[in-house]
Design a protein around this ligand. Structure first.
Ligand code: ADP
Length: 614
């Protein structure tokens, strides 16, 4: 991870403003909670000290003792309840911000260039951000500011008690009392205290540093493990191939190797912590002994009551805690700024394809022409362009077919047209204006699409078709019938309310590949946009169903523009124009008859397939 050398105040400010905007109550509540947490231990320490002192006093009042004990129990009880309640309230606020962050991450993923969102590095960043939860990133700042405040309050109270401790003088004429009251003894005590705290801070710093380095190194095997678990165990459809190809051993082998690698990367940190911890326990016990001796001696020599031994030894422990907390929190805070930066950098990534302000007016919808002008496109990180020098035009009412071998760039062409990716060279124009200048959502609403890798969601059937929860039932039913799903719909007892897939419901209905495809086509029909794009929408259908769908589609897209991509040339020979793609270029274009007559690639593909249709 990239290190920033100096404190980035604007980043801190941005993060605070972000949190305050999302949840105005979050910081006040966190500070209140911190103040209570800091004060709470002192209730026990101070009141117990008072009880002990009074018990040791021959003139004690039982009634007063009883009242103090009651106060101690009451404050302990209500204080704890109040803090629990505050903690739960803070959890709720933090949870809401967490959900907002997850949403922002997802929305960004949908807004950024589609090709960019497929980049492994960006995907990993996206997954990492959603895994941070409360521990890292913007949301972790709440806990860190809370920790800082708590540390300040603890240190403040402890310092007041330290002053009180030194002002209490041992009484007596003897040398010991004089020694205890000597400024040198106080300096020695403070020096030891400072030394002990410094040692605690040092070892915690070192341990954290080791963990930080180890976590960074172990991040990769961890992500790989999560991916494997997700894809192999959670997605039941993958079970088919896993069973048939006996992939279990391979998966477990990979998991074993990854978890071995993970442990290997983490081991130095574990080892270091074990070693350091045994040292620091020994060290702090010795220091505690000295503190008890010094405080006890002052009590014996009458500087304060016996109960105050509890108070001042408690104070030393609290001061140590406070300073350690302060240092830990400052360190976490500094480390965490890296993660905050990762988060905002992710949100700030350009949405090159999603900019644009021009409206897609009704006139454009009524009468449009697209033009690709010398367009080239290379996927991020790819060695060779997937499309080069593409030029073509198509307009309303025109049916275009795109054919070509696998990997020739047909789908990429569609992605560029639909502004899922932006070309690096050339331009794509709608009525003479670069498509990127149009308002993104309005532009997208121009297209009804069925992609090759379309998604049907685990929602209800009707919701899937309408892509929203409230919809026109008749229109959805008609779309399903036109997509060839009418007969199957009749067999579904709950009709449009049928839950699809078993992921969320026992009664979920599983669809076959062909049925899913029909639902995707119905969704395309329902949207009823001016331009229709079908990227091999019928690959899973049998030839009879396919011919049927194409006929219906043709009727539906009568006045619209449409692009069909198909492997079966017979499905699209009725199109006005056929573009033949080869290695990212348009190798030929023309009508079916023209291309057959030309005797080029199309002719060869046609002849190769014709034997199946003969
Ligand atoms: P077709 O639809 O004609 O089968 P595509 O447009 O899907 O072809 O792919 C064209 C080329 O771009 C292929 O070589 C493919 O490997 C490559 N490609 C497709 N998607 C990506 C991607 N997300 N990242 C990198 N390369 C890709």
């Amino acid at each position: 991870m990239e290190k920033t050398d100096k404190m980035d105040w604007s980043l801190i400010k941005r993060a605070i403003v972000y949190l305050v905007k999302e949840s105005p109550g979050i910081f006040p509540l966190a500070f209140l909670q911190a103040a209570m947490e800091a004060a709470y231990p002192y209730i026990g320490i101070l009141l117990s000290a008072r009880i002990l002192t009074e018990l040791a006093d021959p003139g004690r009042s039982m009634e007063h003792l009883f009242r103090t004990a009651l106060l101690l129990v009451g404050l302990n009880f209500f204080g704890r309840r109040l803090m629990d309640f505050g903690g739960q309230l803070l959890d709720v606020l933090q949870y809401a911000v967490l959900k907002h962050i997850e949403r922002a991450v997802a929305e960004k993923a949908w807004k950024m260039d589609y090709a960019m969102s497929a980049e492994p590095k960006i995907n990993e960043t996206k997954q990492r951000i959603t895994r941070w939860h409360y521990g890292r990133g913007v949301l972790a700042l709440v806990g860190q500011f809370r920790g800082l405040f708590q540390a300040f309050v603890t240190i403040g109270i402890s310092i007041a008690l330290v002053v009180e401790f030194f002002r209490a003088k041992a009484v007596g004429e003897g040398g010991t009392a004089a020694l205890l009251n000597h400024w040198g003894a106080s300096v020695l005590f403070l020096g030891l205290l400072a030394g002990s705290i410094a040692y605690q801070i040092y070892s915690s710093f070192r341990i954290q540093k080791y963990y930080f380095q180890a976590n960074e190194a172990a991040g990769k095997p961890m992500s790989q493990m999560m991916y494997l678990m997700d894809s192999c165990f959670s997605e039941y459809r993958n079970g088919k191939d896993i069973r048939m190809f006996r992939a279990q051993e391979q998966i477990f082998g990979k998991l074993r190797r990854q978890s071995g690698e993970y442990l290997e990367k983490m081991e130095p940190a574990y080892r270091y912590e074990r070693r350091k911890n045994s040292f620091s326990v020994l060290f702090s016990r010795c220091f505690d002994l000295l503190v008890y001796l010094f405080v006890g001696a002052k009590a014996v020599f009458g500087a304060f009551g016996v109960g105050s031994i509890l108070k001042y030894t408690g104070m030393v422990a609290q001061l140590g805690d406070g300073v350690t907390r302060l240092c830990d929190t400052v360190r976490d805070f500094l480390q965490n700024m890296e993660y905050v930066k990762v988060y905002f950098d992710y949100l700030d990534m350009p949405n090159a394809t999603a900019e644009g302000t021009l409206p897609v007016t009704d006139e454009i919808r009524e009468n449009y022409e697209f033009e690709f002008r010398n367009v080239s496109f290379t996927y991020p990180g790819a060695a060779a362009p997937s499309l080069s020098g593409i030029s073509c035009r198509f307009r309303k009412g025109e049916k275009i077919a795109i054919v070509g071998r696998n990997g020739s760039g047909k789908t990429t062409f569609i992605k560029l047209l639909c502004r899922l990716c932006a070309p690096q060279e050339g331009e794509i124009l709608l009525n003479g204006v670069d498509i990127r200048k149009y308002q993104y959502q309005e532009y997208l609403s121009f297209f009804s699409t069925v992609f090759q890798d379309y998604q049907i969601f685990a929602f209800r059937l009707g919701e899937n078709v309408a892509a929203e929860s409230e919809y026109d039932k008749d229109k959805v039913t008609l779309a399903l019938e036109n997509a060839g799903f009418g007969e199957r719909l009749k067999t579904l007892a709950e009709g449009l309310d049928t839950q699809l897939f078993k992921r969320f419901s026992e009664d979920g209905v599983e669809l076959s590949g062909g049925e899913s495809q029909k639902v995707a086509i119905a969704r395309c029909l329902y949207k009823d946009a001016p331009y229709v794009v079908l990227d091999e929408p019928t690959a899973a259908l049998d030839p009879v169903a396919e011919a049927d769908i194409y006929q219906r589609m043709n009727r539906f897209t009568k006045d619209k523009g449409a692009i069909y991509i198909s492997h079966r040339l017979s499905s699209c020979h009725f199109c006005h124009r056929i573009l033949v793609f080869e290695e990212g270029r348009i190798a030929e274009q023309g009508s079916h008859e023209e291309l057959l007559a030309a005797g080029g690639l199309y002719r060869r593909l046609w002849d190769a397939q014709a034997q199946y249709y003969a």
